[in-house]
Design a binder for this molecule. Structure first.
Ligand code: R5P
Length: 311
């Protein structure tokens, strides 16, 4: 087994390799003067089971292209099996046609990764589980919920918890976390979004008064969804609101929005490399999912069960 990394999140790739007690494969990713990407693998990978770690986060197109070129290089170097490890799958939110004459970009990206030569895919908290079906190769979708649940129990386990989904679409995810928290009660923020990029909280379904609310979502991007939900929960009398979000996209003014919000704390994972602003914010804490991904890789390589990681 070999672990190779693109440039998107080297600390995560190093931590995964450390978990597996393996060195990272010696490879370099360079740019030509016109910004073309060039990947070179400096060691033999012929006949190897290779896992290439590359979340396709900002800058999404560069990181995606690096992944595709890395997979191509591995295929041409005769790797036996190539697994694209994509802890954050960019373009996942474009998983349907929002209107006529629009693309389904998540499907296009899945096609590109497959066509480049990947044999398997390993993702974490895909925006929609059915994106697995966009790939005609085996795709494992891991969940950060066990890592989050352990942290919540350790930090907030002594409080009167309420798990909250920030929108109706996230109820399944929220319910699954609530189950891990000794069947904590569930509330839902009924959100209406008038225009893309804007969100408006309308209504809270559930009694949150006096509760330590745990908001759960897959992505924080602009932060609008979360900060509005946090304010609405505080307005309804919640004791505190903490958010656990797998992918800290945090674009634009998101970090300062979170810093100035009603949130007590935002907890994200290291699926995306955090910016200095996020690390320095004082309100954002990062949980590592390197052992989770490392263990899944070990099981894929050993051909043992990945799903039992979540029993
Ligand atoms: C939407 O369906 C996702 O689950 C997130 O709620 C959304 O992407 C968050 O975006 P933002 O932070 O820009 O409100």
């Amino acid at each position: 087994m070999k672990i190779m990394s693109g440039n998107s999140n080297l600390p995560l790739a190093r931590a995964i390799a450390a978990y597996l007690e393996l060195p990272l494969t010696d490879a370099s990713v360079r740019r030509f003067a016109d910004e073309e990407i060039f990947v070179e693998i400096h060691e033999n990978v012929r006949g190897e089971d290779v896992f290439i770690v590359q979340p396709t986060s900002y800058p999404v197109n560069d990181n995606l292209m690096e992944l595709l070129i890395g997979v191509d290089a591995l295929r041409r170097a005769s790797a036996k099996r190539i697994t694209a490890v994509i802890p954050y799958f960019g373009y996942a939110r474009q998983d349907r046609k929002p209107g006529p004459r629009t693309p389904i970009s998540a499907k296009l990206v899945a096609n590109l990764i497959t066509e480049a030569g990947a044999d398997r895919v390993l993702c974490v908290d895909l925006h929609a589980g059915q994106i697995q079906g966009f790939f005609d190769i085996p795709t494992d979708n891991l969940f950060a919920a066990p890592v989050m649940a352990a942290d919540i129990q350790a930090r907030y386990g002594d409080q009167s918890l309420m798990v909250v989904s920030p929108d109706v679409g996230g109820v399944v995810r929220a319910r699954s976390l609530a189950k891990r928290l000794d069947n904590a009660p569930l509330a839902i923020v009924d959100k209406r979004r008038d225009r893309p990029g804007q969100s408006e909280v309308m209504n809270i379904i559930g009694e949150v008064k006096g509760r330590a609310c745990i908001l759960i979502d897959d992505i924080i991007d602009s932060g609008g969804t979360l900060c509005n939900a946090a304010q609405a929960l505080m307005d309804e009398g919640a004791a505190s609101v903490t958010a656990y979000i797998t992918h800290g996209v945090l674009s634009g003014a998101a970090v300062s929005r979170v810093t100035n919000s009603a949130l007590k704390e935002l907890v994200i994972t290291d699926s995306i490399l955090a910016t200095d602003a996020a690390r320095d914010s004082g309100k954002i804490r990062i949980l590592t999912i390197a052992p989770l991904i490392g263990e899944a890789i070990r099981r894929i390589a050993d051909e043992s069960s990945v799903s039992s990681l979540f029993d």
